[in-house]
Write a protein that binds this ligand. Structure first.
Ligand code: GLN
Ligand code: ZN
Length: 768
């Protein structure tokens, strides 16, 4: 009979228990023992759920007090030297200092885990790095599970992916040179598992789904040649894409099983089935670990039938990847529409789906009720009138190429805009949000609970906007914003005003550390019944003589930060989003808003893992943005905003968005990005962020002036804007006012100097 397992369960807990325990520990309100107690209870609960669902294995090692890469670093003992911690006796408090920084050292770098919205801590390796062992938490967890008599399958990230994702600040240092030492550590780990009687170990190598260079593949073979012979059976797990090109190579290695992601890359099944001898395990990732839709059990069972007949218990059934990326349980959702709820499966429900598939392969009659229930839900979803909106479909059908273009080229538009907007050289602005004060949060919570009337809430928000505008005038900013005071979240705010979106009460997913997000569910055709922010923008504009920039979330970001329907291509859903944003942008223009910013911080997030797939994505994502921006006249200035990603390798696509101005995060990389924009000769306006809004530090006038002078060297001053890196909603008012005062001063100083130089030059021309 096929066996069932998962790669990992959401560690945060259905009620975000881990988050609250972490935060209480950080505030000093609870001790080590309390935090460990919460963690142990969560693990025990999640293992019990796997056992109760009848899975053949219980996965251990997916837990982490902050992040799985950091925990692996702690297990290996490869701590960044700058912290000077003793690896073997690392305390929980020190572990958190690595993650969050301390008074002497900034935190380890954090970055996105492949193409997910989860962030991991980047190992910092160098020539001195050793892997002589660190904390024993991993083994303690295994012993905990063994003591409960559970069928334990430990999991760790594999050495190739670990090294691939790590960084070194020593120039010329090749991190692959650490591999021999690293492999010895893994061997020791496997040996300890063998002594505990562990049969199978899962090693995650999602790096195999990237474009790996030749030497990395050679290294991969060498490593698994050794690890495969340790005496513990190795399940090599790949996910997030296809690894089919490596099937012949893997077949020659002594690994005992391979997991493949058949949700993202179903086409790879044949290649693996063919390459992998029948005595090896093939783990089929058939349940979507990245999305929340109920699986088509019947179809999955059909697709596995032949494989099962040939491989029997060497066929394993699993989710495509760790369930870390979906919420814990539907049980807590009391307000979700009952039809919609019946179409969903969160982590807990996915465990049951696995059981049903294994049963159906073995004994179809016994699994009949479960398969029938899945069929019924799927049929209901397919024919639901809530999903289909003819008005939307009619509009999408009439999209023309013309709609993706502004009326004139940038050069002509910018001339029109210069005349009508009359902005100074180096105009100053902000990215949109201002500090979300406790007062704002309280009012919003009271309004949500029904304790504050709609009108009272509106008045509070308007008063807040008025005060934010006054402050911006006092600071001397040139282009103002309304401050996003009423926005809880930049995606949720708009999603709540659109048809086709639903919201959970407890659908939390770990984003990083204790930080969780609750992505809205995009289940149906997207329709805008009425304007979403025109009223707020107009109210703001009525309060000031200066220009107010309208700020809204772009279609690609709306898509990336939601759980998106899987019954049509993402590019089609993106078009629907583009149309509603376009309608809003046009309405803002009609209402007299002359500068409109369409935020796309997640533009790069949708980029496929393999370069060969990039052009197709960039093509539709660019078109999506252009449609959202293309409905306005030349005189209306369109801005976009992007942050916290590497952008240098997609500059042509960013230019192809054809926004009049892009404000973009650059300060942390000391404007490295800007050098890229210079070399590529970015054609339109650009506001390189002159200070990091994610740090409480107040930047000096001189520092920002230096950055601006460097910017002037690569971008003509006529096209430069002055702004922070990102929104200010997480900052306090005193920091914000101090930083913006300095920013405005830096811009003015440089502006005066440039203007003086110009007057002198003109004078020289006339005099000569
Ligand atoms: N306009 C948003 C803000 O200022 C942009 C946030 C973002 O880039 N993530 O908060
Ligand atoms: Zn940003």
């Amino acid at each position: 009979m096929a066996r069932t397992h998962i790669h990992g369960f959401p560690r945060i807990g259905a009620h975000r228990e881990l988050k609250f325990a972490q935060e209480s520990f950080w505030r000093g309100e609870s001790d080590d023992a309390a935090l460990r107690g919460v963690a142990q209870a969560l693990r025990a609960r999640h293992w019990e759920q796997q056992r109760a669902a009848g899975l053949d294995f219980v996965t251990v090692g997916d837990f982490a007090y902050y992040d799985q890469m950091l925990s692996l670093t702690a297990l290996l003992g490869a701590l960044p030297e700058r912290f000077a911690f003793e690896p073997a006796s690392l305390s929980l408090a020190q572990y958190y200092e690595l993650a969050r920084g301390n008074t002497a050292q900034p935190a380890m770098e954090m970055t996105k885990w492949f193409d997910t919205n989860y962030h991991y801590l980047v190992p910092e390796l160098g020539p001195q790095t050793t892997f002589n062992g660190g904390v024993n938490w991993f083994f303690e967890e295994i012993d905990e599970a063994l003591a409960l008599n559970l069928p334990v399958k430990p999991v760790l990230i594999g050495p190739i992916t670990y090294l691939w994702l790590s960084k070194s600040h020593v120039t010329g240092f090749d991190r692959l040179s650490l591999l021999p030492k690293l492999v010895i550590r893994y061997l020791r780990i496997l040996d300890e598992l063998k002594q505990r009687g562990i049969e199978w170990m899962q090693l995650d190598e999602p790096a195999l789904c990237l474009d790996l260079e030749g030497e990395w593949l050679e290294a991969f073979s060498a490593v698994y040649e050794v690890l495969g012979a340790s005496g513990v059976k190795v399940l090599l797990a790949t996910y997030f894409g296809t690894a089919a090109d490596h099937a012949p190579r893997v077949a020659t290695l002594p690994v005992h099983g391979v997991h493949i992601d058949l949700v993202r890359a179903p086409e790879q099944l044949e290649a693996w089935h063919e390459a992998l001898p029948a005595d090896r395990v093939l783990s089929a990732g058939v349940i979507d670990g990245r999305n929340i839709w109920r699986a088509d059990l019947g179809e999955i069972v059909d697709s596995l039938q032949r494989l099962h007949a040939q491989r029997g218990d060497k066929l394993w059934v699993a989710p495509s990847c760790s369930l870390l990326h979906v919420p814990v349980t539907l049980d807590l959702e009391k307000r979700l529409d009952t039809d919609l709820k019946s179409w969903l499966a969160f982590a807990s429900e996915k465990l049951d789906e696995l059981g049903a598939i294994a049963l159906a392969l073995h004994d179809p009659a016994a699994a009949e009720p479960q398969l029938a229930a899945a069929d019924k839900a799927l049929d209901a979803r397919r024919s639901s009138s809530a999903v289909m909106n003819v008005l939307v479909q009619r509009k999408v059908a009439t999209i023309t190429d013309e709609m993706a273009n502004r009326k004139s080229q940038f050069a002509d538009r910018s001339r029109v805009q210069r005349h009508s907007l009359k902005l100074p050289l180096l105009p100053t602005t902000t990215i949109g949000s201002f500090p979300q004060t406790p007062g704002i949060r309280k009012a919003r919570a009271a309004y949500r609970r029904g304790e504050l009337r709609a009108l009272d809430y509106l008045e509070r928000m308007r008063a807040e906007t008025a005060s934010v505008l006054r402050k911006q005038e006092e600071l001397g900013l040139d282009v103002l914003v309304h401050g996003e005071v009423e926005r809880n979240d930049m995606v949720e705010f708009f999603a709540e005003r659109l048809w086709g979106y639903a919201f959970t009460e407890c659908g939390w997913v770990q984003n990083y550390g204790a930080q969780c997000v609750k992505p809205p569910i995009l289940y149906g055709d997207i329709y805008r019944p009425e304007p979403m922010m025109v009223d707020a923008a107009c109210h703001a504009q009525s309060l000031t003589d200066r220009l107010v920039k309208g700020v809204l979330t772009g279609p690609v970001t709306m898509l990336e930060w939601s759980f998106v329907r899987d019954d049509q291509p993402r590019s089609i859903t993106a078009l629907q989003l583009a149309l509603v944003i376009r309608e809003e942008v046009v309405d803002l223009e009609k209402a007299g808003i002359r500068i409109i910013q369409i935020d796309e911080p997640a533009f790069r997030e949708g980029l496929p893992l393999r370069r060969i797939d990039w052009p197709a994505y960039l093509e539709w994502a660019t078109r999506t943005f252009r449609i959202s921006a293309g409905g306005v006249s030349d005189a209306t200035q369109i801005h976009t905003h992007m942050c916290y990603s590497e952008f240098n390798d997609i500059l042509p696509a960013i230019a192809a968005l054809d926004a009049d101005v892009i404000t973009i995060e650059t300060s942390r990389s000391s404007m490295e990005l800007l050098a890229g924009f210079g070399a590529f000769a970015y054609p339109n306006g650009i506001g390189p962020g002159v200070y990091d809004t994610h740090s409480p530090r107040v930047p000096s006038v001189e520092a920002m002036q230096r950055l601006l002078e460097r910017a002037c060297e690569v971008i003509p001053a006529e096209r430069l804007w002055v702004n922070p890196d990102c929104g200010l909603k997480t900052r306090s008012w005193p920091e914000t006012e101090a930083a913006l005062t300095n920013m405005v001063l830096a811009a003015r100083t440089l502006r005066q100097r440039l203007e003086a130089e110009r007057t002198n030059a003109e004078f020289a021309v006339h005099a000569g």
